[in-house]
Design a protein around this ligand. Structure first.
Ligand code: HEM
Ligand SMILES: *[C@@H]1O[C@H](CO)[C@@H](O)[C@H](O)[C@H]1NC(C)=O
Ligand SMILES: *[C@@H]1O[C@H](CO)[C@@H](O)[C@H](O)[C@H]1NC(C)=O
Ligand SMILES: *[C@@H]1O[C@H](CO)[C@@H](O)[C@H](O)[C@H]1NC(C)=O
Length: 424
């Protein structure tokens, strides 16, 4: 398995950064395009992810959020939307995204690049999926929280990513509840879950987050009879586990790859108080002062994100399995990707190279027409918009064509039909 990953990823210039690696060493690794093979992959990775950062530039990387400046923290007002994603909430609280929480594709791309050096095409693809699945495809906007009034011509109100269970938001999140275990509320912080992560380390690496992901996945299998992991949405929580380290770490000349301590984690997750009495304040997520993002020359985009999930899969394959519990706890049943994809992927090939990433975006693309029925009367322009933004990512990943997408295998999972509504 590992060898296959090495060979496929080397073509995409994906290498593992060693903690303490100098830029010169890293450059040599990139030039060689190969991975060290004598240590476990996950534990060799630095906090910049599979493509190491090559230097530290304080001017490029400083994110100025000082009080009195354009991007100072302002707590959201009663009509501002905030939801399950701390990265988006913090970006909105500092005006990198629209402070009301409703954004276009362009606003998302620009804002997340400024705040985090998030990859442009990745931001655009994730936004267009949010627009199509949970937003306003007529106005071209989406909500980082709950429902808002959409444009004239929409057949129903956009619900926002807070109420996108199994379409975007999913079970086994780093620090959010499973919807079914919390009366449909999957956007509030699960403080015991946060603390489980918080106390598991003093500085957070990808390896620490992958171990946490194993635990979050096991907890859902063991406690949630409605646990369900869909081909697109089911990969969002594993990706989010990796976002924490890749996008929230602080960078400096001494820590070029980045360093994430407990205080920074608390600030981004809006958790305050002493270690024995943590308090979560909804919607108050912040970018810390004196914080330096990853270099803009090494954005975190679809290619590294997909490589990170593939590395996770070599360590804990069960975490990226599609399927669910069948109505009782501990009844997890996997679905053969070949049955869903018409044989384009199978259980072995799905975890090889970039296939998992391909399937992630392709599944979103395939699910969109179904999700849109009842929301817009004319699907064609929305589908075209989605394709316009997802196609570049698919070609970047060099994906095979997916001509059939059969979801009947999901019928055995009651959780796949569970759609909590905003009033919940
Ligand atoms: C357009 C870009 C983005 C979209 C559409 C998006 C969407 C989401 C969604 C739907 C969730 C809920 C998933 C779940 O149920 O676990 C989520 C969670 C999360 N996102 Fe984002 N996100 C984006 C960008 C970011 C960025 C830039 C960061 C980091 C700076 C980030 C960090 C996280 C984290 C850490 C979680 C897990 C939260 C928890 O479990 O407490 N996301 N995101
Ligand atoms: C970060 O934590 C790991 C153990 O989780 C430890 O080995 C490493 O030395 C720490 N790094 C720093 C810079 O404190
Ligand atoms: C980030 O690192 C720099 C250099 O070590 C440090 O001065 C700064 O306080 C750190 N920022 C945070 C939020 O910890
Ligand atoms: C869809 O998948 C189900 C179960 O996996 C299978 O029984 C059915 O024949 C498939 N339908 C098509 C059109 O391939």
């Amino acid at each position: 398995m590992r060898v296959q990953l090495l060979s496929i990823f080397s073509a995409a210039q994906v290498v593992i950064a060693m903690p303490g690696m100098t830029p010169e060493m890293a450059a040599k690794v990139i030039a060689r395009q190969s991975l060290p093979s004598n240590l476990p992959l996950s534990s060799l990775e630095g906090n910049s992810g599979p493509i190491p950062s090559l230097g530290f530039d304080p001017v490029d990387q400083f994110v100025n959020v000082e009080p009195g400046t354009t991007h100072q923290f302002i707590a959201p007002g009663p009509n501002d939307e905030r939801g399950p994603c701390p990265g988006l909430n913090a970006a909105a609280n500092h005006g990198f995204l629209q402070r009301n929480g409703i954004n276009t594709i362009q606003q998302t791309v620009t804002g997340l690049s400024q705040a985090y050096s998030f990859g442009d095409e990745f931001a655009a693809a994730l936004s267009v999926i949010a627009i199509a699945l949970t937003g306003d495809p007529v106005a071209g906007t989406w909500s980082i929280g709950g429902p808002y009034s959409g444009a004239l011509g929409l057949l129903s109100e956009p619900e926002g990513i807070s109420f996108s269970h199994n379409q975007y938001e999913s079970d086994a999140s780093p620090a959010r509840y499973d919807a079914y275990l919390n009366n449909g509320d999957a956007h509030s912080l699960n403080l015991p879950r946060f603390d489980q992560l918080y106390f598991s380390a003093e500085n957070f690496t990808l390896d620490v987050l992958r171990d946490h992901n194993k635990l979050t996945n096991e907890y859902s299998v063991q406690n949630n009879p409605y646990f369900f992991s869909a081909p697109f949405a089911g990969l969002v929580p594993p990706i989010a586990h990796h976002f924490i380290v890749n996008l929230m770490s602080n960078h400096s000349a001494d820590n070029i790859q980045g360093y994430l301590n407990r205080d920074i984690l608390k600030t981004f997750f809006s958790v305050s108080g002493p270690d024995n009495a943590h308090v979560w304040s909804a919607g108050q997520e912040q970018i810390p002062q004196n914080w330096y993002k990853r270099p803009s020359t090494n954005p975190y985009g679809a290619v590294p994100a997909v490589a990170d999930v593939a590395i996770l899969a070599t360590k804990y394959p069960q975490v990226v399995e599609f399927g669910g519990n069948t109505g009782t706890v501990n009844s997890f049943t996997g679905v053969d990707p070949a049955d869903i994809s018409g044989g384009v992927y199978n259980a072995q090939t799905l975890l090889q190279g970039k296939n998992l990433g391909c399937f992630f975006f392709q599944a979103a693309q395939q699910g969109i027409p179904v999700a849109l029925s009842g929301i817009v009367s004319n699907l064609a322009p929305v589908v075209a918009l989605v394709n316009q933004y997802i196609s570049p990512v698919l070609s970047e990943l060099n994906c095979p064509a997916l001509n059939s997408f059969n979801t009947s295998a999901f019928d055995q999972f009651p959780g796949s039909k569970y759609r909590p509504q905003p009033s919940a």
